[in-house]
Design a protein around this ligand. Structure first.
Ligand code: ATP
Ligand code: LTN
Length: 335
């Protein structure tokens, strides 16, 4: 779409207060693309309603997620920051892509299987077709690169299949995107069950460290983190808890796992957990301070939203008009 720059797109659901999983797996990496790509970072509120939300909370978290984008280093002048429901092209293209996505493909999505197990009383059609709306988010902007955690890899593969299928039927319409998945922080695990992904909608507060948690809560949560019955800070079979803490510590300090093992040789889990907690809290402190400043300025956030939506809608309209033409929809002539 932009002949001079390739496009990056990513989204985060305002379905809870963001975790260090969201931070290390996704948001922290977003700003590195700002210089060389045209970047769209979206708060995907339409995705969030696939699970029941309290309206006042959804509204609050939408502002909060946008403020966190900025607090994590995304400059609204250099990135298009916006809210999904403000650009109607997402829902519109989402419907169209539903018609090019197979029931069998959607049935294989592990996120659908996990979320329907967790929300057994609300297995709605939106939860099932969620990946075609995500494909629409990405394809609408002719995206080349999508920075995400590894849990989204399957959705990205489906997005590629949908784009390729559409292009085969109608001729080149969409850029086929690639995922960008960080090497060491692609999947931060729950502190309570270290074989499960840390997820912002987890009901167990001790399982998740949130970007906005105060220092004492962060330290307490790491202290309580589930580890094995051993005592050495070393990688190994059955040491999921310790390995998860090592990757978090590594992400915040830049130290390699070998360096971490050497640093904590002869020390116990208690010392290590305290070090991880303190390092994490100190690394998040500047983000929290910036967040507090931004969150108090609703008018500024609304201004960012409005400008972002306007720019995104303009770009989305170009793809939508191409898609409509290809499909055989009549483009309405304005009178
Ligand atoms: P929910 O619990 O509501 O499903 P979530 O915590 O899984 O939310 P999303 O909004 O679905 O978060 O994801 C936003 C981004 O954060 C995605 O790119 C996703 O891959 C990434 N992400 C989420 N959790 C983790 C994690 N534990 N480790 C690494 N990346 C993650
Ligand atoms: N499906 C993602 C959130 C999401 C997204 C996107 C990520 C919605 N649309 C487009 C990247 C690009 C999730 O559940 N983590």
């Amino acid at each position: 779409m932009y002949k001079d720059k390739k496009v990056v797109f990513s989204g985060v659901q305002p379905s809870g207060v963001l975790t260090i999983g969201n931070y290390l797996g996704a948001i922290r990496n977003f700003s590195e693309f700002s210089e060389n790509y045209h970047c769209y970072y979206c708060v995907v509120d339409e995705h969030a309603i696939t699970v029941r939300q309290v309206p006042a909370d959804l509204r609050k978290r939408t502002y909060e997620t946008l403020a966190l984008y900025i607090a994590c280093g995304l400059d609204p002048e250099k990135n298009t920051l916006f809210v999904q429901s403000h650009v109607s092209g997402h829902a519109e293209l989402g419907w169209i892509l539903d018609c090019y996505t197979m029931f069998g493909e959607l049935s294989r999505m592990t996120q659908f299987k996990d979320k329907s197990a967790k929300n057994a009383d609300n297995i709605n059609a939106g939860l099932f077709t969620y990946p075609s709306l995500m494909a629409a988010d990405i394809l609408l902007y002719q995206t080349e690169l999508v920075p995400v955690g590894v849990d989204q890899k399957q959705h990205l593969e489906l997005t590629r299949d949908i784009a390729t299928r559409f292009n085969q039927i109608y001729g080149d319409t969409f850029v086929v995107p690639e995922p960008f998945i960080p090497k060491t922080t692609a999947k931060i695990m729950s502190l309570a069950e270290p074989t499960k992904k840390m997820s912002k909608s987890d009901e167990n507060e001790n399982a998740v460290v949130r970007i906005l948690d105060p220092k004492d809560a962060i330290i307490r949560k790491f202290k309580r983190a589930v580890t094995d019955s051993g005592c050495e800070i070393k990688r190994g079979e059955g040491k999921d808890g310790i390995m998860n803490l090592m990757s978090i510590y590594s992400a915040f300090t830049g130290k390699t796992e070998d360096e971490i093992e050497a640093e904590f040789e002869g020390k116990g889990y208690g010392d290590f957990k305290l070090a991880v907690g303190e390092t994490c809290a100190d690394a998040l402190a500047p983000v929290q301070a910036e967040f507090a400043r931004l969150a108090a300025d609703k008018a500024y956030l609304e201004d960012v939203m409005a400008k972002g939506a306007e720019a995104a809608a303009r770009d989305a309209a170009r793809t939508m008009s191409k898609v409509r033409r290809k499909l055989g929809f009549i483009e309405l002539k304005r009178r």
